[in-house]
Design a protein around this ligand. Sequence first.
Ligand SMILES: [Zn+2]
Length: 95
Amino acid sequence: MNRLFRGQNPQRCLKCGSHVTPEFRRGYGDEDDRAHRCPECDTVNRIAKGSAAGLDVKIVDPLEQPGRFGGSFEELPKNVQALCREVATDGGEER
Ligand SMILES: [Zn+2]
């Protein structure tokens, strides 16, 4: 496994490492303005429900079902594709 983003850079999504704007972190992040998820690795619906603040959202995680991103898997950023594979391989398939 290669971890490109060691430690926690608060300017980046804690999940996928994509850059997130201060506005996004203030608006959707946790109390420390850290984004646990971002628009690159999660859907708008889940973020609106608090996924970026680290809350457990009862909507299917697009990393488990990449089809939820609404585009083809190949169009996803590479860092997000890698996360999808990680989830699919260590979480077990539930269908
Ligand atoms: Zn992200």
